[in-house]
Write a protein that binds this ligand. Structure first.
Ligand code: HXC
Length: 258
């Protein structure tokens, strides 16, 4: 598929998606999100890919959903089209690990897209915000749900109600991002993290994602039970035999994703 709004590359075992609407600060229109979904379908089907990175430009990861497009829609249009659920949710359903590498603005849907990824690596220039209230809208791609889970109620309310932006340092303190890197090293660091992940056993990585995400969907006891059963199941993998044998033999493991 030829993409017009994103760039797609494969770097070793890592799939890289670069949001690419520079004239609109990577505003997220339906065509762009459909393309991200198609690229994820390709990377998930590709046995050699173990991790995915989504990034934007130096100025903007993404400045939100495309306001010019949304301006034309009423309730019936967005309800009938199942706006957001139809295609944005594809990102949250990705079973392979996804890292968001964020520089510049990650606003509205941009912040929400980053939060759909498994973790966020931020450049020093990163700025996160949910300014939808200025448009007479509320966050609609998970902002009111994922943000409080990441940063707590007080900061989430502050950001959504006042539109105050959070810089990279505050985002790291609050737990929204996993680490901050110098802006000129963002992609390098994100690709290095992704390459590290991609060396591990894919079924184990997928099970870790499922288990960590289950923490937000269940009681502690249910979550622990889910983890325990999944942990027990990992003993059925030949990669578990290989990983433990390699440690004992003092050699590098060669995982086969089985
Ligand atoms: C459409 C956008 C856009 C957006 C920027 N642009 N953000 N177009 N949708 N979300 C366009 C501008 O119109 C402009 O186009 C060009 O990108 C450059 O933007 P400027 O505003 O000139 O740049 P700057 O002065 O540097 O300001 C950057 C900015 C500002 C602070 C990021 O653009 C801004 O506030 N953008 C909107 C942020 C926002 O409200 N996001 C939430 C959207 S709602 P021209 O043609 O004039 O050069 C949302 C809904 C979520 O995300 C729920 C569902 C997902």
């Amino acid at each position: 598929m030829a993409f017009e709004n994103i760039l797609v590359e494969t770097i070793g075992k890592v799939g890289l998606i670069t949001l690419n609407r520079p004239k609109a600060m990577n505003a997220l229109n339906d065509a762009l999100i459909d393309e991200v979904g198609a690229a994820l379908d390709d990377f998930e089907a590709n046995e050699t890919i173990g991790c995915i990175v989504i990034t934007g430009s130096e100025k903007a990861f993404a400045a939100g959903a495309d306001i010019a497009a949304m301006k034309e829609w009423g309730y019936v249009e967005v309800y009938k089209a199942n706006y957001i659920s139809r295609n944005w949710d594809r990102i949250g359903r990705c079973r392979k690990p996804i890292i968001a590498a964020v520089a510049g603005f990650a606003l509205g849907g941009g912040c929400e897209l980053a939060m759909m990824c498994d973790f966020i690596i931020a450049a020093e220039s990163a700025k996160f915000g949910q300014p939808e209230v200025k448009l007479g809208l509320l966050p609609g791609a998970g902002g009111t749900q994922r943000l409080p889970r990441a940063v707590g109620k007080a900061k989430a309310m502050d950001m959504c109600l006042t539109t105050r932006l959070m810089d990279a340092a505050e985002a790291e303190r609050a737990g929204l991002v996993s680490r901050i890197v110098p802006s000129d090293r963002l992609l390098e660091e994100a690709l290095a993290a992704a390459a590290t992940i991609a060396e591990f056993s894919l079924p184990v990585l997928m099970a870790i994602k499922e288990s960590v995400n289950r923490a937000f969907e269940s009681s502690l006891a249910e979550g622990i039970l889910f983890e325990r059963r999944t942990f027990h199941a990992s003993f059925a993998l030949s990669d578990a035999r290989e990983g433990m044998s390699a440690f004992v033999d003092k050699r590098k493991p060669g995982f086969k994703n089985r």
